[in-house]
Design a binder for this molecule. Structure first.
Ligand SMILES: *Cc1c(COP(=O)(O)O)cnc(C)c1O
Length: 351
């Protein structure tokens, strides 16, 4: 596939890089903005999915990681480390391998989708599983990064946020304008912070006239920003947003307030409905956390939140192949028949 040039090259004028910054790239970004025509028609809006599963490691984390790892190389760091619900570790492992650097990833034991773990291991990262959740993992890696020469590449790293602004740039570039609303899953709240910064930067540069309403969605079992306090034991099928104390919570709430947006919780049932809906009716396979944005859109649309003809973008943050266990958990049974033409013909149209 003919991928566009590295994000750092393409959006250089809007990113914190200089000629001294190396470009550690895997061809990230340039992901498709896919029209969800059937679903949009149902609710009278122009609905699109920004399908971030098409990034090199299958999630939007690559947009921030290309910059975070490039800057780590620039300043001569010896290794990178992150706490992760999965996708950050896959991305950090890949970009560190690309840079010829060591990566260590700290994950909550047993709570990581198998595709993501496979990636971190395949890229040769040191995978450290702790008896604790993401929030605890982040606390320990932040402490370690402060007292060592290891670069922290979680979204508390400002270069992660800067790189992830490019998602907003691409949405505007594809539409020729900012959308009316952006629906986005919220975990550690870095991405909603980055998108909002990106939309504002494009408006300030005069590239677009407006900014969208930022609509964030958390899983009901992990909804600290909706509840107004941290959640000690977050639980959800959407493991990528299983976070009880988001590091960029204040920035997310500011983005929501400044954009006249909103934050709401969606249940695991709503998330899984949206997950199946978009894969079966639109051909787009995202992971459960990503479907929180679409579940939120459906909830908002049914409440009459959008005016007819508005343009709404749902960020589908990661690829469905990341979490094969969820994918095969609730699907039609495999049909087992003899190897004859007539039996197969019947099986195609029956059921
Ligand atoms: C990281 C991640 C999120 C959450 O993004 P935050 O920046 O932590 O809010 C959502 N979906 C997927 C697939 C992710 O990997």
């Amino acid at each position: 596939m003919n991928r566009p040039p590295a994000l750092i090259t393409r959006y250089r004028h809007l990113l914190p890089v200089t000629d001294a910054t190396p470009v550690i790239s895997l061809g990230e970004g340039g992901t498709p903005l896919i029209s969800l025509g059937r679903l949009g028609e149902r609710y009278g809006v122009r609905l699109f999915a920004k399908f971030e599963g098409m990034n090199p490691t299958g999630s939007f984390k690559d947009r921030g990681m290309t910059l975070a790892v490039s800057k780590a190389v620039e300043r001569g760091a010896q290794a990178v480390i992150c706490a992760s619900t999965g996708n950050t570790s896959a991305s950090a492992a890949a970009y560190a391998a690309r840079a010829g650097m060591r990566a260590a990833v700290v994950i909550p034991d047993g709570k990581i989708a198998s595709g993501k773990l496979a990636q971190a291991l395949a890229h040769g990262a040191r995978v450290i599983a702790i008896d604790g959740n993401f929030d605890q993992a982040l606390t320990v890696v932040r402490e370690l990064a402060e007292s060592s020469d290891i670069e922290l590449v979680n979204s508390v790293n400002p270069f992660r946020i800067a790189g992830q602004m490019t998602g907003a740039f691409e949405v505007c570039d594809a539409l020729g304008a900012a959308p009316d609303a952006l629906c986005i899953p919220v975990g550690n709240a870095g991405n909603i912070t980055a998108y909002w910064a990106g939309f504002r930067a494009y408006k300030a540069a005069g590239t677009v006239a407006g900014v969208p309403r930022m609509m964030g969605f958390q899983a009901a079992g992990a909804a600290p920003l909706v509840l107004g306090h941290p959640v000690a034991h977050p639980e959800t099928v959407a493991t990528a947003i299983r976070i009880g104390n988001p590091a960029s919570g204040p920035q997310a709430l500011a983005a929501i307030a400044e954009s006249d947006g909103s934050i709401a919780a969606v249940t695991d049932a709503q998330i899984l409905d949206a997950y199946h809906l978009v894969s079966r009716t639109e051909g787009v396979f995202c992971e459960p956390a990503s479907a929180a944005s679409l579940a939120g859109f459906v909830m908002r649309a049914e409440a009459g939140e959008f005016t007819p003809g508005q343009t709404v973008v749902c960020v589908l943050t990661g690829h469905g192949l990341k979490d094969p266990d969820t994918a095969v958990a609730d699907v039609p049974a495999i049909v087992r028949i003899p190897a004859t033409t007539s039996a197969i013909e019947r099986a195609v149209f029956d059921g």
